[in-house]
Design a protein. Structure first.
Lengths: 259, 175
């Protein structure tokens, strides 16, 4: 079909005078894209108005429904143990753990308290202890019982006494002329009863004591320590006629505890 | 859409934000019921999720979506046969309630008449005009949706516009 015929057909249609046959002809041309819809003025206006017509907005209800839809379709997070313990996953984790450990050790090493002052402090405290020991030993030699008591009390300020100190205390316990001093020495020695040598010396000291007060104090200490080997020594005191009856009674009570 | 198909469901949110309005407009144009139009949009996205593996990725998503939308629309009217009665039977009802709708949808008299004329078109003609609107006159894509050639779509649009013109003229005379 020639161009003129097509233009005439379009014109006839646009004036509203197209016959059914002409409309059929026009449809054929439209189907073959020989005539564009935009060329048909009345219909174009109508179509443009359809395009321009406002479209109402959906409400927020639609958004909410969509969110619910999405959340219901999301796959649940499931732990894939096999994948979790696969080497590609483990290597970075172990690396991180190793790096963290090394960093922690390094930080601990560099942030540790400065040790340079420690030897000085240790040296100083050792000097103080030595000084106290010397002072104690000196005081024990004094004639005054008060001085000797002070000497015995000094040992209580020492955190760890040396053999020299315990030896001096045992010597005081065995030989001091003053009962109060001997009792104080015994009291001071209680702190060192964990030492088997000290315990043995205390047992040996029992028979050497003449003062009932010291004898009773020793008996009570032995009972508290559950030192059964001391019973023989106490029996010697019991056999001694010089021992007062009350003392014997107290010692017997403590022996009963031991046996 | 390819990402949605591959399991990235969150990406569907982008498609929803982009296409909810044209879809809603299509359904609203078909039935003039805003709540129903929203439900049908929701139904379309439900089907998109359900059948996402069917999206081949070589075609236009919009065309695929409107293909689903058309099926959703047809399924709805098939299930609700009362609404599927001959549109002429519904004219009286629509006329009685058009004032409420017109205040929402159109402002001036011409738009009101056009809206009424659209309502009086048979479903298939109304559908082709709405598809050409929301598919931006891409007749080839509409042909893919309807399963016919581009030329056949143009003829359908031509016939629908002709009928719309006739209905519009009749309404104009009454007013």
């Amino acid at each position: 079909m020639d161009k003129q015929r097509i233009e005439k057909l379009i014109e006839t249609f646009n004036t509203g005078k197209a016959s059914p046959a002409e409309i059929g002809e026009l449809e054929t041309l439209i189907e073959k894209s020989a005539v564009e819809l935009s060329a048909l003025s009345d219909l174009k206006v109508l179509q443009d108005r359809i395009f321009d017509a406002a479209v109402p907005e959906p409400t927020s209800r639609l958004d909410n429904q969509f969110l619910q839809l999405i959340s219901s379709h999301k796959p649940e997070a499931r732990i894939n143990w096999k994948q979790m313990f696969s080497w590609p996953n483990l290597v970075p984790r172990f690396s991180l753990a190793a790096v963290t450990l090394i960093a922690g050790l390094a930080a601990g090493y560099y942030l540790r308290p400065a040790t340079s002052a420690d030897p000085q402090i240790d040296q100083l405290s050792q000097q103080v202890t030595d000084l106290k020991e010397m002072m104690m030993l000196t005081l024990l030699q004094k004639e005054s019982a008060t001085d000797r008591l002070k000497a015995v009390n000094l040992t209580q300020e020492m955190s760890a006494a040396s053999e020299k100190v315990t030896g001096a205390l045992l010597s005081t316990l065995n030989n001091d002329s003053n009962v109060n001093v001997r009792l104080a020495a015994l009291d001071a020695l209680k702190a060192y009863t964990n030492d088997s040598d000290v315990r043995q010396s205390l047992i040996q000291s029992i028979a050497r004591q003449e003062s009932p007060l010291v004898q009773i104090a020793l008996a009570e200490l032995m009972a508290a320590l559950q030192e059964k080997s001391s019973v023989k020594e106490f029996e010697k005191i019991l056999k001694d006629d010089k021992t007062p009856r009350d003392t014997k009674k107290r010692i017997e009570e403590n022996i009963d505890v031991l046996i | 859409m390819s990402k949605v198909r591959d399991g990235d469901i969150d990406k569907l949110g982008l498609l929803f934000a982009r296409y909810k309005k044209p879809l809603y407009g299509f359904f609203y144009g078909m039935n003039k019921d805003s709540a129903l139009a929203e439900d049908l949009v929701q139904n379309v996205f439900f089907r998109i999720l359900k059948y996402r593996y069917l999206f081949r990725g070589d075609g236009d998503f919009r065309t695929w979506m409107f293909h689903i939308a058309r099926n959703v629309s047809h399924d709805h009217f098939r299930k609700n046969k009362l609404r599927k009665k001959d549109s002429i039977d519904n004219w009286q009802d629509r006329l009685s309630s058009h004032e409420d709708r017109s205040t929402l949808y159109v402002e001036d008299e011409e738009k009101e008449l056009l809206s009424l004329a659209m309502d009086r078109l048979p479903e298939d003609k109304k559908e082709i005009l709405l598809l050409s609107k929301f598919q931006d006159k891409k007749y080839k894509e509409i042909g893919d949706i309807l399963g016919c050639s581009e030329g056949a779509v143009k003829v359908k649009v031509f016939r629908a516009l002709q009928e719309l013109k006739e209905v519009y003229k009749k309404l104009e005379v009454r007013h």
